[in-house]
Design a protein around this ligand. Sequence first.
Ligand code: UP5
Ligand code: MG
Length: 189
Amino acid sequence: GETKTPTVVFVLGGPGAGKGTQCANIVRDFAFVHLSAGDLLRAHMKSGSPEGNMVAEMIKQGQIVPSEVTVNLLLDAMRASGEDRFLIDGFPRNKENRDAWENTAGFDCDFVLFFDCPEDVMTTRLLGRNEGRSDDNIETIKKRFVTFRESSLPVINYYEKLNKVCTVNSDQSPEDVYAQTKGFFSKFA
Ligand code: UP5
Ligand code: MG
């Protein structure tokens, strides 16, 4: 039968900007499923398959995994959820990701939620996280920032030109960040 086109919000921002933290708040208050592309890739790398090992190496180098891998993980998770509203956290990170999404999913996001935060603040947060992530060391963090500036900011600029970006300054307490964030979801209440 007919299936409704899902609603997708892309949640973007630099490493440690607070994407995961705020997505947890949004799913508590609004009917969305949170899919972190990074979490899906980290689960995939534990498979021990050749593709998983490639993903592990790319994450350690702060590089963006080939789009096909990430898009397949996202679309599989969307299908498996049986739901139709998604926060897609940390994707798309470059133009290749964006093109692959458009060609495979066949629909665009509703809007982009962008958490804007200075690099020094993000560095302090990442070094303090202590969850054993292979990319939370100063060498990899510097590489993640370069990748973000060179590849991911252009994606945000692309959506800016389409007037699809809702920006929140995330250099504030988590509570203050959420107070602004939730305003962009009032239409889903
Ligand atoms: N914290 C959060 N908010 C705070 C606040 N307002 N004040 C003070 N502290 C705050 O937060 C990070 C830390 O800061 C936590 O300790 C938190 O308590 C604290 P978090 O909410 O986890 O931030 P987040 O933006 O989610 O940071 P994360 O490190 O997850 O961002 P990245 O974008 O770097 O990581 P992601 O998992 O998305 O990607 C990792 C890697 O996977 C990429 O580098 C890339 O290699 C690969 N990848 C792809 O290749 N393709 C993809 O599509 C996605 C990922
Ligand atoms: Mg995250």
